[in-house]
Design a protein around this ligand. Structure first.
Ligand SMILES: [Zn+2]
Length: 400
């Protein structure tokens, strides 16, 4: 564990470096939450570890820290959500700088999690420190940090269960910003106000195995599958909606495993993933896709069958209509960084999909260009600017 753990520093750069040095690859906590707790407590936050377990998944450590009015008071509750876990480093030999050394070089802070998203956690912590130093604890509401160690993994023992626990004991959140690295090319150019849903489907197509020389005696499932793929991808699923790109469907694998040259197989498996917009729910989309597949299969005739062997929905689409929260954050970005922020719904899923069931939520953070890549980095200047943006958001949210 880094020796800096003994001193709680709220300087955004130093705090990010300390967090990056904790090798918290999902589901390891590796001292990251522990250090955060040690930093937040002296600021007056009450810290609660919310560790969850579930059979078949790794145990996960999470941290919920809150300051301000009594949790059942009438003051508004602003929540910052994020994750302290990081994705694996991948090919270590491709890194030019140690992924957990948190080196500063050429105006950047390098390391796994610098962008996604330890930098944002540090920026929000520093923002809180400055806000509380000026306003004191009696600022008319409460601020919390909801930090999970399970965002880059299965996301089962993290944000979902934390939110459920808060709801069960009557704690409500009025607004939430997730610190994902949403900026695209330059700091402040993009926030996410929604995300597409994601669903993965495993198909098993069965036919009749047989000798390739006797096609009349077999029913080739590969041919059937190719017709099904055609039926799914030929026509666009939709044209997109006001706030979203068109729904996309991509086959990710086809598995036959047939070594013989003279046998047509009896079974073929395939998998596709779809990223769907707000014109669908996973249910309505699945029904639509099934209908397309069944129609195509019926047109082929024969005895082949199609089974939806597994359907995994990792998130429904969500959307926060531009309103007070979006305007507040966009205004802070404009005034602090001088950048007009695009409101986007592109990209992968994030934990914001769970939070959207409870309160208005948006995502805003650092430039995500190097996230999940080798030599992940954040501009030191951006870390400082992000912290000032978050501070301005708090100031205006709790305007006297
Ligand atoms: Zn992330």
């Amino acid at each position: 564990m880094p020796d800096t753990l003994s001193t709680a520093v709220t300087d955004v750069v130093e705090l990010t470096r300390t967090l990056v040095r904790c090798e918290s690859v999902t589901p390891k906590e590796a001292g990251a939450l522990q250090h955060l707790e040690r930093t937040l407590k002296p600021l007056g936050f009450s810290c609660e570890r919310m560790d969850f377990t579930q059979a078949g998944t790794d145990d996960v450590a999470n941290l919920y820290a809150r300051i301000g009015q009594d949790k059942f008071g009438n003051g508004r509750h602003f929540c910052f959500a994020g994750h302290s876990d990081v994705v694996p480093v991948g090919d270590l030999s491709s890194w030019t700088i140690g992924p957990f050394s948190a080196e500063l070089s050429g105006g950047y802070l390098f390391g796994r999690g610098a962008a996604d998203m330890k930098g944002a956690i540090a920026a929000f912590t520093e923002a809180c420190a400055r806000f509380l130093a000026r306003r004191g604890r009696d600022f008319g509401g409460s601020i919390s940090l909801l930090i999970t160690g399970d965002e880059e993994g299965p996301a089962v023992n993290g944000t979902v269960k934390m939110l459920k626990k808060l709801a069960e004991r009557g704690e409500t959140i009025d607004a939430c910003v997730v610190g994902e690295p949403t900026s695209s090319k330059r700091f402040g150019d993009m926030m996410k106000i929604g995300r597409r849903g994601s669903m993965t489907v495993d198909l098993v197509v069965r036919g009749i195995q047989g000798h390739v020389g006797y096609p009349e005696r077999l029913d080739n499932p590969i041919h059937r599958l190719s017709a099904l793929i055609e039926a799914l991808v030929r026509e666009p699923i939709d044209q997109g909606s006001t706030h979203f790109q068109p729904t996309s469907l991509q086959f990710t694998t086809i598995d036959v495993g047939n070594k013989a040259t003279n046998i047509a197989p009896g079974t073929v498996k395939a998998r596709f993933n779809t990223r769907f917009n707000d014109l669908w729910t996973s249910k309505t989309l699945l029904a639509h896709l099934k209908e397309r597949i069944e129609r195509a299969s019926a047109a082929l005739g024969g005895n082949g069958t199609i089974e939806f062997a597994s359907v995994e929905v990792s998130g429904e689409s969500f959307y926060t209509a531009p309103g007070p929260l979006v305007e507040l954050v966009a205004g802070a970005i404009r005034d602090v960084a001088g950048v007009e922020c695009e409101l986007s719904t592109t990209g992968g899923t994030s934990d914001a999909r769970f939070i959207s069931r409870y309160c208005p939520v948006l995502e805003f953070g650092l430039v995500g260009e190097t996230m999940h890549k080798v030599d992940e980095k954040s501009a030191i200047e951006d870390l400082k600017t992000l912290s000032r943006v978050y501070e301005t958001v708090l100031d205006r949210y709790f305007a006297a």
